[in-house]
Design a binder for this molecule. Sequence first.
Ligand code: M6R
Length: 623
Amino acid sequence: MCGIVAFTGATEALPFLLDGLKRLEYRGYDSAGVAVVHSEAQGGAPKAALKVVRRQGKVATLIEALSGTEVAGTCGIGHTRWATHGVPSEQNAHPHLDCSGRIAVAHNGIIENYTHLKDRLVEQGHCFTSQTDTEVIAHLVEQNYGETEGDLTEAVRVTVAQLSGSFALAILHAGHPDIVVVTRNDSPLVLGSFEDGAIAASDTPALIEKTRDIVYIRDRDLAVLHGDGRIEYFDPAGEPFVPNVYHVEWSLEQAEKGGYPDFMLKEISEQPRVIRDTIADRFDDRTRTLRFPELPLTDEELADIDRIYIVACGTSYHAGLIGKELIENWARIPVEVEVASEFRYGNPIISADTLVIAISQSGETADTLEAVRLARQAGAHVIALTNVVGSRITQEAQTVLNIKANIEIAVAATKSFLAQVTLLTLLGLYFAQERLLLTGPQIQEIFGEMRQLPGQIEHILADTAAIERAAKACCEATTALFIGRGVGATTCYEGALKLKEVSYLHAEAFSAGEIKHGPIALIDAAAGTPVVAVVTQSATRDKMLANIEEMKARGARVIAVATEGDGRIEKLADHVIYIPPTRECLSPITASVPLQLFARYIAVERGCDVDQPRNLAKSVTVE
Ligand code: M6R
């Protein structure tokens, strides 16, 4: 939520700031702004001053406002906002200034004690111009700058100690025209330097064109970016330190659309590669064993696990629901899947034999991070399953399993979901192997079928005409129902979330057996309410067919996702989307693909912004 960028170097700051903001726009897009230190003639002698331009709306609106405006300077900060405190408006857009107009702050996060700080600052004579929590930071730095006799780094350090809440900050002072001070607490921030300068941002895509060697700082650490490319690092006590540097494997091209009309379609299309990479090297054909070298648990510890909690939000939560079915089925370990925001305020039963799997694409979702902390405090071993190497969750969990989706930019998660489900499938098999519940040949057979999945998804992607036809028929609907059974039902939960997110069409998913206990009342024969039914090969397929008959009898327009060769379904459904045959436990991986495309086509038909749906942000770093 919110993206910040900072640049100081030998060249103009603005091109980097705007390019960075565009790359971070998935984090929030209701207003944007930049502040640059530039030279102003004041009474003859040039003096450094801040030039600030802010606009309500997307980064494109800011760029438009900047064209024809002189914003020259080699040191600056920028921000794209997802509003928390104060409506989206120019006045509330960042960067925010102090009273003198010489200090500018870009902030991602929430300052929890801002009312208390604001009251005190107002008493001290500071004037506020926005409704945001962020503005207190600019005034606090101003106050502390005076009290530290003009030591900007120290003023920021003292300020940080006064803040509670989450923040990533980039701070500029006209009196220090070639440095930017940055810091963070519970909000992401990445830093890097290159031959001509130093840069920082909320996420790696903003930096990748300049450097692939990235530094993550810890909570409340401070970094001072210098125009000659140096970065100084200080811990919260002000002691200098040398940080670790991580090399990013993916390239700039992977963070671009590459000829696709939107990132969502590009990312859906990448899924065969993602699955290939996720399963690569996991199975040893010679010994017929699955490998999870990242898992430090001994055979004894694995045997002793008495309960698994999976904690996650949104799409990652849906992956967890599928993981539960597979782990319970194969490894016979009870699994509870909890929405992270509920888990942390519930009273989970955790012992030393409890394993907690926290799933987060971004690795920075605030609720999931809090759940991880709670689980660790209670003594559980926590495995983080994430897509972002070096992200916050990787620093909090004892064990990290990286999914191989590579950077995901569309706000709606697609390829990361398939990678999560694939990795959870492997984990379920691995637990069963280690607990001696599945034999080598049994696992080999299932793994062999997993090797077919990328080709099967390529087959689905090669001909999407039936999906497009079904989507066209439904795009005027006001509500859509999704039904399935077992893992088919969980596949539907995710399918319905995708549709809501990108097309704003109201959608709900139900276990098909439940629908006649209430939701069937939603079917409106006159409107031909769409019912998307996942009815692939499974032990409950005949029950699904009966449920579909019940829907049809009430006037539903049925869109079935069925297995190739299933002739019976054609007689029942209005639209059939065929997918290649897989065993039931693997079907979420193939059946999800047409549901993702269905959501996207409807969104495109309805003229929605597929990659940046209204009100959403890619990573939710606030509670
Ligand atoms: O980064 P995370 O996996 O922790 O994010 C969790 C949810 O915010 C995320 O899955 C959200 O629901 C997506 N917009 C789904 O498309």
